[in-house]
Design a protein around this ligand. Structure first.
Ligand SMILES: Cc1cc2nc3c(=O)[nH]c(=O)nc-3n(C[C@H](O)[C@H](O)[C@H](O)COP(=O)(O)OP(=O)(O)OC[C@H]3O[C@@H](n4cnc5c(N)ncnc54)[C@H](O)[C@@H]3O)c2cc1C
Length: 319
C-alpha cells in the first residue's frame, strides 16, 4: 500500500484497523458528485451509521488530518487536483418518526437522501418537506446549506440538529443556533476549513399531518415546474446565489451567455444559472466558466454575484 500524500502509514493503519473494507485509498471523487468532475481523494471512507460518522471525524480530528464530509456531492465543485486527507462519504441513513400530540417529528441521520425522505413523509400523510422533492443530496448537505425551493427551505422545517463540534463532542443545535439565512447557516460559514469543521450527525424535522392528495398534488406541481425550468444532465444546480432583487440566471442570460461554452461545459439554454458538463469536462473548465459569468455580469450590470456552490480541494491557484 503506497499513499499519495502526507498521510502517514501509521494514520492509515489506524483507520484501517477500525473501518477495514470501508476505507479505500486514491479514490476518484468525480463519480460521487452530480457535476461528474473532480480528482482523487487520498483516503475515502464510507460510513453507514451516525456512530461511524462521529467516530471517523473524531479520529481525523485527533490525528490532525484534514477531513471533508461528502453528502450527495450536489453542491460542490471538486478540483481536478482532488481532495487532500480524508473524504468521508456519508451513508448514515436511518430515519424514524416520533409523535408528540398532534405534531410529528422526523429524526433523520444526515446521510439520508432528502428527496426520498420527502416522498416517505408524503406516503405517511405528513406535510412540510414537499419543497425538497427533486432537490438532490442528503439531509446533512441541506441542513448546512439551508437548501430550499418553491418558497420552502430547511430553516422552516428544521427543529433541531445533532452536531459534532471539533474537540467538544456532540451538541444539540436549535433552529436559532443554526443562524439560518438565504442558502446559509453557521456551518456553511466554515467553508474552506479542512481541519475543524462541524459535522451534522442527524436532524429533527417538524412535520404536520395533511391529506395525502393535497401533498401529492403539491409535489407533482413542484416536479413539473422543475422539469420545465431546469436542464437534465450533469450539473451542480444553481451556481450562484440570487443577488438581492435579481435572479442570477436572468443576469447571466441578459449578459448574453446562454449556451456559452468553455471546453466541455456550457451554460444551459434552459436555465442560465445551470452549467452542464457535456461528458468530459474538467473542474477547471467549470471554474473558468464561473469566472466568465461573474465578470460579464459585473461589467454589464455592476452586480457582484456570490457563489452558491462550494469549491473544494486543491486548485492550481492554491499552490
Ligand atoms: C439538478 C440540481 C438541482 C438542485 N436544486 C436545488 C434546489 O432547488 N434548492 C437548493 O437549495 N439546492 C439545489 N441544488 C443544490 C444541492 O442539491 C443542495 O445544495 C443539497 O442540499 C446539497 O446536499 P449534498 O448532500 O449533495 O451536499 P454536498 O454537495 O455533498 O456538500 C455540500 C457541503 O455540505 C457539507 N456537508 C454535507 N453533509 C454534511 C454533514 N453531515 N455535516 C457537515 N457538513 C456536511 C459538505 O462538506 C459541503 O461543504 C440542486 C443541485 C442539482 C444538481
Amino acid at each position: 500500500m503506497k499513499l499519495r500524500t502526507s498521510i502517514s502509514e501509521a494514520v492509515y493503519t489506524h483507520f484501517d484497523d477500525v473501518f477495514g473494507d470501508q476505507l479505500q485509498i486514491d479514490v476518484p471523487v468525480d463519480r460521487y458528485t452530480s457535476a461528474r468532475v473532480g480528482g482523487m481523494a487520498d483516503m475515502f471512507l464510507t460510513v453507514n451509521t451516525g456512530q461511524q460518522l462521529q467516530a471517523a471525524v473524531e479520529m481525523a480530528y485527533e490525528k490532525r488530518i484534514p477531513y471533508f464530509i461528502l453528502g450527495g456531492g450536489s453542491n460542490i465543485l471538486v478540483a481536478d487536483g482532488g481532495i487532500k486527507g480524508l473524504v468521508i462519504m456519508n451513508r448514515a441513513r436511518n430515519v424514524r418518526f416520533k409523535h408528540i400530540g398532534s405534531r410529528v417529528i422526523c429524526i433523520a441521520e444526515s446521510g439520508a437522501n432528502l428527496s426520498s425522505l420527502a416522498r416517505q413523509c408524503i406516503a405517511k400523510w405528513l406535510g412540510g418537506l414537499e419543497w425538497a422533492i427533486g432537490v438532490p443530496g442528503t439531509v446533512g448537505g441541506a441542513v448546512v446549506g439551508n437548501s430550499g425551493a418553491h418558497g420552502g427551505d430547511m430553516s422552516q422545517t428544521l427543529r433541531a440538529a445533532t452536531i459534532w463540534e471539533p474537540g467538544r463532542g456532540v451538541r444539540v443545535y436549535t433552529n436559532d443556533d443554526m443562524k439560518y439565512a438565504y442558502r446559509s447557516s453557521v456551518l456553511k460559514q466554515e467553508h474552506g476549513r479542512a481541519i475543524s469543521r462541524r459535522v451534522v450527525i442527524s436532524a429533527e424535522l417538524e412535520l404536520k399531518p395533511e391529506p395525502v392528495e393535497v401533498l401529492m398534488a403539491r409535489a407533482d406541481g413542484f416536479t413539473a415546474h422543475r422539469k420545465q425550468t431546469q436542464p437534465g444532465g450533469a450539473t451542480i444546480g444553481s451556481m450562484f446565489k440570487n443577488p438581492e432583487n435579481y435572479y442570477a440566471g436572468y443576469l447571466i442570460e441578459a449578459a448574453g451567455l446562454k449556451g456559452y461554452r468553455v471546453g466541455n461545459v456550457h451554460i444551459s439554454e434552459k436555465h442560465a444559472n445551470f452549467f452542464v458538463n457535456d461528458g468530459e469536462a474538467s473542474a477547471e473548465e467549470i471554474r473558468a466558466l464561473l469566472a466568465e459569468a461573474w465578470n460579464s455580469v459585473r461589467e454589464q450590470f455592476g452586480v457582484e454575484m456570490d457563489l452558491e456552490v462550494e469549491l473544494v480541494g486543491v486548485w492550481d491557484f492554491d499552490q
